[in-house]
Design a protein around this ligand. Structure first.
Ligand SMILES: C[S@@+](CC[C@H](N)C(=O)[O-])C[C@H]1O[C@@H](n2cnc3c(N)ncnc32)[C@H](O)[C@@H]1O
Length: 206
């Protein structure tokens, strides 16, 4: 049962997925409240959210900022919920929600001003490949911002014990971001974890 619940956080499906997502929305809205101002969004910027889930983050951004948000998520249930939640923004071409695996996404390089993800990196078995991919899709000087729970918080939860969640320490994440070439890697602590911010270097300043 615990494995079943853990899997629902990785890729929500079916009735159990719908229940877990209700819990996720309640639990993670405060995380979106914290990370969105950290994105320092400016007019007409192109933002990418990886693992948008229920689509609340996309909705919160577009109700406050004049920008364009793209998102990708590999759960069909999440794609449907996020599409419903953001229909008016999709119709007005302010949002574009993709259904697929970010790790397999073919995106033009140097495309986004900002990229972010909230409670997603635990489901990546290695961080170097996804971090390199994120860096590739960002414009020079572009920002990547991620929110993750503290390793002790993750270890304490019963449904994270089954090998579905990778338990990354803040030091490992910071090291891996630097290894792929991100600059200005800084983090702040939140009530249950961290928000880490970094930038893709500008050619010539690397
Ligand atoms: C724990 S949920 C977090 C959802 C939302 N960001 C939040 O914080 O409430 C993780 C989400 O990331 C998505 N996800 C995980 N790995 C992914 C990948 N490689 N590509 C696309 N989506 C992914 C899952 O489908 C799920 O919706």
């Amino acid at each position: 049962m615990l494995r079943l619940i853990g899997n629902q956080f990785k890729k929500p499906t079916g009735l159990l997925g719908k229940i877990i997502v209700k819990i996720m929305i309640r639990g993670n809205k405060p995380d979106y409240d914290k990370i969105i101002p950290e994105l320092e969004i400016k007019h007409h910027e192109k933002i990418l959210e990886i693992g948008y889930g229920h689509g609340l983050g996309v909705n919160m951004i577009l109700s406050h900022y004049d920008c364009h948000v793209s998102g990708i998520d590999f759960s069909e249930l999440m794609f449907r919920q996020a599409t419903k939640r953001n229909r008016k923004y999709i119709e007005s071409k302010k949002a574009e929600l993709m259904f697929g695996d970010f790790l397999k996404l073919e995106t033009a390089p140097d495309h986004y001003d900002k990229a972010f993800c909230v409670h997603v990196i635990y489901f990546w078995d290695k961080l170097i490949e996804p971090f390199s991919k994120i860096q590739a899709v960002l414009k020079e000087g572009g920002m990547f911002c991620l929110l993750m729970a503290n390793i002790d918080f993750i270890k304490k939860m019963k449904f994270t014990k089954d090998g579905i969640f990778n338990k990354y320490s803040i030091n490992q994440v910071v090291d891996d971001l630097r290894t792929v070439g991100f600059r200005d890697v800084n983090y702040i602590t939140t009530h249950k974890g961290y928000i880490i911010k970094c930038r893709k270097p500008i050619q010539g300043n690397a």
